[in-house]
Write a protein that binds this ligand. Structure first.
Ligand SMILES: [Zn+2]
Ligand SMILES: [Zn+2]
Length: 369
């Protein structure tokens, strides 16, 4: 298919300086603001993006703490970040966006950080989130979005309306993760749902579960400010520092347990709690990533109940739905944002977020306006 690409390309490129600032991880907790070469001109099907806003994610914090995530070790300085919004600075030939429409210079876009190969068995079967040739922003060796400019395939870019601001556009990524998790949960209207972890993903899952008709929805966390927000979104909050979450939910459900338990925290003891609070034949959806890379649950708990356990892996083509939910206001996307930092203060932002100081929920790095 032939696509007209306007001449704006040349002018746009000459305005871009030859170096740029980027937040790079050099080792565990060693995040620095470096001056690095800017990306080259976009090739066929590519876009040069001027990054506007980047969200800090729990998975970024794992990488920051250990300079690794799972088996993936960071070997050379790595630009972190994968939740981001941008403005298109230049496009190469045949640059088609995520909706298969020509991508234009100046468009404000939300960017899907995943680049599946599109050819492997899983991609062909409709599971691009399981592609083993997948490239993902900010996962070694692929550079992330905490930089002033970056090159991305045009098809990862989804234009957003002006009513969706830069922070909201960046947060369509974690909203997408939550949408995929809720897809896996197969919530039926009036199902009871427990959400372990009222962080950004948990709070999005909560809003989506309510939209899906779940009732009641319990939110389990230890931070009062997160539980307050969860209550505002319609959850029954349970602070596990004050109450035993399993006993509380058992008591509230007449001993039955919930239809669905969704783990969106650090996947430690919360996994066992999820299994214990689920009903007979219930369903677990596990979204959180554990620090020690182990999934631990008492076998008999899951076996005797005949639980269905689903592990959520990223997402697949959820941006159009995420954009609809953000545009209509059905999901309060930026309600979780607690902090904004400029790019230059990314190291401080990470240190603060890691320590859960200052009532943090979600940190946005404002890279440019
Ligand atoms: Zn993320
Ligand atoms: Zn593939």
């Amino acid at each position: 298919m032939a696509v007209e690409v306007k001449q704006e390309k040349q002018t746009a490129e000459t305005e871009v300086p030859s170096t740029m600032l980027a937040a790079r991880l050099h080792g565990p907790r060693d995040l620095r603001i470096d001056r690095v070469p800017r990306p080259p001109a976009p090739g066929p099907g590519q876009a040069l993006l001027r990054v506007t806003a980047v969200g800090v994610c729990g998975s970024d914090l794992h990488t920051y703490q250990d300079a690794r995530i799972g088996d993936t070790v960071v070997k050379t300085p790595l630009i972190l970040g994968h939740e981001f919004a941008a403005v298109v600075a230049a496009v190469g030939p045949d640059a088609l966006d995520g909706n298969f429409a020509p991508l234009t210079v100046g468009a404000r876009v939300a960017v899907d950080p995943a680049q599946p190969c599109g050819r492997c068995e899983m991609c062909e079967q409709g599971h691009p989130n399981l592609c083993h040739r997948l490239h993902f922003c900010g996962t070694y060796p692929d550079p992330g979005s905490l930089s002033e400019y970056m090159i991305m395939p045009a098809h990862t870019c989804f234009p957003v309306p002006d009513t969706v601001d830069d922070a909201a556009a960046a947060l369509l990524e974690p909203l997408g993760v939550a949408i995929h998790a809720v897809d896996l949960a197969r919530i039926r209207v009036a199902d009871s749902v427990a959400i372990l972890g009222a962080g950004p993903i948990g709070l999005y899952i909560l809003q989506l579960a309510r939209l899906s008709g779940a009732d009641p929805v319990y939110a389990v966390d230890q931070f009062p400010w997160r539980l307050e927000l969860a209550a505002r979104y319609g959850a029954i909050p349970i602070n596990f520092k004050e109450l035993d979450p399993v006993q509380t939910i058992k008591a509230q459900t007449g001993g039955r347990g919930v239809d669905i338990a969704m783990e969106a925290a650090w996947a430690d003891h919360s996994i066992q709690w999820a299994a214990e609070m689920a009903r007979l034949g219930g369903r677990l959806v596990l979204v959180g990533i554990p620090g020690p890379d182990r999934l631990e649950m008492k076998h008999s708990t899951a076996r005797r109940k005949g639980l269905t356990i689903r592990l959520s892996r990223r997402m697949k083509h959820v941006y159009p739905r995420a954009i609809k939910l953000a545009t209509s206001g059905a999901v309060d996307v930026t309600g979780i944002v607690s902090h904004h930092f400029p790019l230059e203060e990314t190291p401080q932002a990470y240190a603060m977020n890691e320590a859960y100081r200052d009532n943090v929920i979600k940190v946005i790095i404002d890279v440019s306006k």
